[in-house]
Design a protein around this ligand. Structure first.
Ligand code: CA
Ligand code: CA
Ligand code: CA
Ligand code: CA
Length: 274
């Protein structure tokens, strides 16, 4: 009696495979598939996609089948998952310091760059936390940069940006170059502006009154000039006479202690005839 082969082969496949992606296309994955049959012994297995193929990111179902000599066919599947679990490689811009008034925009202070095995267009973002510095106008920005790939893996780095005030204030004398004796009493109030927010402190720290002889000799005129100083304001009570030079030194101090001193002056001239 001839036995009839009615039993399909038995396919042996490995367990489902998980593989880290080697690039944007996925990963090359090899596996071993065998089949044995009660009559035919070892029979070939055909899988689609076949072992040694490049599998894309995600899960791919591989369908395998084997047929014995009698035409009995068996089928089985294996799941191959290719994933990107590797975070991007991020490089932060250099720590820097800027003057207040300058923009801390990444266009000026630099942006992070990042690369990834799988994602060539990473999402790169930043967020700032701001701490006060050593004086009222100075600040420290701690900027955290994050690069995230398409699979949601992210890397961070931190850039520190110091906002400093090392720029001295600018003084405005707010005085004309000449006055006439009759204009006295007259007062001039100095002001100052600064690169940082906050009003500089302005004070007059000294004054002088003098003239020159025809031969160029300097004569002190403090006796005849009557000058009063009130903080940032100089009051010429009496100019002392034509050809006198009245000078005063203004000091401006910004909120971070940067100091400018400027000498302001007016010359006393004859009134022009009407
Ligand atoms: Ca069989
Ligand atoms: Ca990645
Ligand atoms: Ca992307
Ligand atoms: Ca300043």
């Amino acid at each position: 009696m001839i036995q009839e082969d009615i039993t399909p082969p038995v396919i042996n496949l490995p367990k489902d495979i998980t593989m880290e992606a080697a690039g944007p296309e996925g990963a090359l994955v090899s596996f071993e598939a065998t089949a044995s049959d009660d009559f035919s012994g070892q029979v070939p297995v055909t899988c689609n996609p076949e072992s040694g193929s490049i599998f894309p990111l995600g899960t791919t179902e591989v369908k395998c089948s084997a047929t014995d000599a009698a035409g009995n066919t068996a089928q089985d599947i294996i799941k191959i998952t290719v994933s990107d679990t590797t975070p991007p490689l991020i490089t932060c811009p250099l720590d820097t310091s800027i003057e207040c008034g300058q923009s801390p925009d990444p266009a000026i202070t630099g942006s992070a760059s990042a690369t990834d095995v799988c994602d060539s267009s990473l999402d790169i973002n930043s967020s700032d936390s701001i701490a006060p510095g050593t004086c009222s106008e100075e600040k420290t920005i701690t900027r955290t940069w994050t690069a995230t790939d398409d699979s949601g893996n992210s890397s961070r780095c931190v850039q520190t940006i110091e906002i400093v005030d090392s720029t001295t204030p600018e003084i405005q004398c707010n005085a004309p170059s000449t006055i006439t004796p009759r204009e006295a009493p007259i007062s001039f109030t100095a002001t100052a502006s600064d690169n940082c927010a906050g009003e500089p402190f302005v004070e007059i720290i000294g004054y002088d009154c003098f003239a020159f002889t025809k031969k160029g000799k300097r004569i002190d005129k403090k006796e005849s000039c009557i000058i009063k100083v009130n903080g940032d304001t100089i009051i010429v009570v009496d100019s002392g006479g034509v050809d006198d030079n009245i000078t005063w030194t203004v000091r401006a101090t910004d909120n971070c202690g940067n100091i400018t001193e400027t000498t302001c002056s007016v010359m006393v001239v004859k009134p022009s005839k009407p």
